[in-house]
Ligand binder design. Structure first.
Ligand code: SF4
Length: 145
């Protein structure tokens, strides 16, 4: 019998606005972008896609990401809040339901230990978590577009 996902009965998470996921922490320090993400951010900032890409993005191994700030925090972080919240990219919307951390060990090590949103507010059903997970995986498959 297939092993049950540790999140099969749902997970409780609600963003507490700590901005801890918006500052660099090793491998999770980059904000990767699909073309849809770049378009949404450009629209939010009232820029053309070309202007936004030229000003705020760079290619790394054929993958688009936000340029880095001098202190490695996200360039859109303002007073510990997202300065582009309505237009924020998929990886920010789907956190913490990423394929890299949706296993019991990584969830404990990389999410529970540092994100104050875990165990607060909304209980996400397995179906909702799966939707977030799918959106994030689709996004990861389109970073180069
Ligand atoms: S775009 Fe907003 S939510 Fe995403 S890392 Fe930057 S400040 Fe945080």
């Amino acid at each position: 019998m297939a092993k049950k996902n540790f999140w099969a009965d749902g997970l409780q998470f609600q963003c507490q606005g700590s901005a801890k996921c918006c500052v660099s922490r090793g491998s999770y320090g980059y904000v990767f972008l699909t073309k849809t993400d770049r378009k949404a951010l450009a629209k939010h900032l009232k820029m053309t896609l070309a202007e936004f890409t030229e000003t705020h993005c760079e290619l790394q191994d054929k993958i688009w990401k936000l340029k880095e700030s001098s202190n490695a925090d996200c360039i859109f972080l303002r007073d510990k809040k997202c300065g582009v919240y309505e237009g924020r990219p998929t990886q920010c919307r789907t956190w913490p339901f990423w394929p890299e951390v949706l296993n019991a060990r990584s969830w404990r090590k990389d999410v529970v230990s540092f994100c104050p949103g875990v165990g607060k507010g909304k209980v996400w059903s397995a179906k909702e978590i799966e939707e977030q997970l799918k959106a994030q995986i689709a996004s990861q498959n389109n970073y180069g577009t």
